[in-house]
Design a protein around this ligand. Sequence first.
Ligand SMILES: [Zn+2]
Length: 151
Amino acid sequence: MTNGAKKRRTPAIDGWFAPEPGGGVRLLGTRCAACGTPYFPRNDLACRNPRCDGPRDGSELAEHRLSDRGRIWSYADARYKPPPPFVADEPFRPFAVAAVELAAERMIVLGRVVPGVTVDDLAVGMEMALTEGVLYEDDDTEYTVWMWQPA
Ligand SMILES: [Zn+2]
C-alpha cells in the first residue's frame, strides 16, 4: 500500500465473531432453547447437557451472540511463536493471552490481548471487554480476530 488507501478488513476465520449493530463485536455461538446451555465454538449437532429435556436433534440450538464482557480467569505471556496454522508477525512480537470468564454465560473464552497491553497490566479478576484486532495483514487486507482489552 503506497497510495494511502485503506486496507480491506476481514475476519481471519469465518463465523466465529461478528460486528455488533451499534458498535463492538460479539462471539457467535449457539444456545439450547430447552435448557439454556450456551456453546462456543458453536454446536449445531445436539445439546450436550445430560439433564436437557430438549429433542437433542439440533433443532433446539439457535445462534447466540455471547456477552462481550467478563473477568480474567487466567492469563499468560506468549513469548514464542506458536506453530502453524497460526500466522505470526515476522519478526515475531510477544503478546499476552487471557482466559476470560464471560459474565452471562459463565464460560471461559481464550483470546489474544490487544497490542500494547502486557501481562504486567493484567490481573486475575480484572474486567475485560471484547474487541476486534488485526492478527496479520498482507498488501491490501487486514485479517482480524477477537481480542480482549481492559474494560
Ligand atoms: Zn439443552
